[in-house]
Ligand binder design. Sequence first.
Ligand code: PEP
Length: 266
Amino acid sequence: MPSQRRPLVAGNWKMNFDHLEATYFVQKLVWLLRDAHFDFKRCEVALFPSFTSLRSVQVLVEADKLKITYGAQSVSVTTQGAFTGDVSADMIAHLGCSYVIVGHSERRKYHPEDDANIVDQVRAVLAAGMQPILCVGESFEERRQGIELDFAVGQVRDVTRDLNDEQAAKLIVAYEPVWAIGTGMVATPQSAQDAAKAIRDDLGATFGQGVADAVRILYGGSVTSKNAAEMIAEPDVDGFLIGGAALDAEELCTIARLALKTSARK
Ligand code: PEP
C-alpha cells in the first residue's frame, strides 16, 4: 500500500540569512516552485530561519497565502521569565510556526542541550501546539562500532518514553548521522532506510502501528539534488532535513521536485 505520509522537505538555514535575505529567498523559492507547478498537497516544503527572520517569513506567508510552512531551530524549555536570550515555545507558535527542530547535533555540541533538556524541549513544543522535528543519529565512532541503529533508536526512545500516543504521533524524526552533516559524506540509501525502519519499528512496538505509520522520518546529512531521489525512494524515508543545499533556492526547489516525483511512485 502506498505511504499516506506526505513527504517533507525541510530547509534548516542555521545561522545564515538576515531578514532581508530571508524575504528574498522565500519569494524566489516560491516563484520557482510555482513556475514548476509544484503540488504542495503531495509534498510539504518547510523553512527554518533564524529567530530574527521568523516574523518576516510569517508576514510573507500570510499576506500572499503561500503554501510553504516554517519553524524555528530551537526553543527554550521554560515558558517565561528571567531567561535572558531565550525564546519560548509560545512566542514561536504566535509567529505561525508549525515546527521546531529539537536536538540538532550542532545544538547538542555547542550548547548545554543534553537528553533531559531535549525531552523538555519536545514537551514545550507539543504543549504550544507545534510539532517537534527530533534530530537523532550516530557519530562516526558509534558507526565504527556497528551500533548506529541501536544508538538512533535509543535516542528516540529517551524522548518518547513519557509521551502518550497522541503526542508521539505528532513527532517528526530526522535521522541525521553526525558524520554526514555538512561533510559531503552522505549515508547510503540502504543505511538511511535501515535506520528509519528501525526507528519506525520501535515506535510501533511502543505506541502501536497507527503511530508508527503516522510519524514522518526524514534523512539529513549532505543531501543534494544528486542523491535525493534514490534516498527518498526508500519506503521509510519520508523526506529530508537539509542544511547546506537549502541555502540555494534553485537547489532546494530541485530537491523538492525530486522528492515529490519519486515518492509518488512509492
Ligand atoms: C543539517 O544541518 O541538519 C544538515 C543535514 O546539514 P547538511 O545538509 O549541510 O549536511
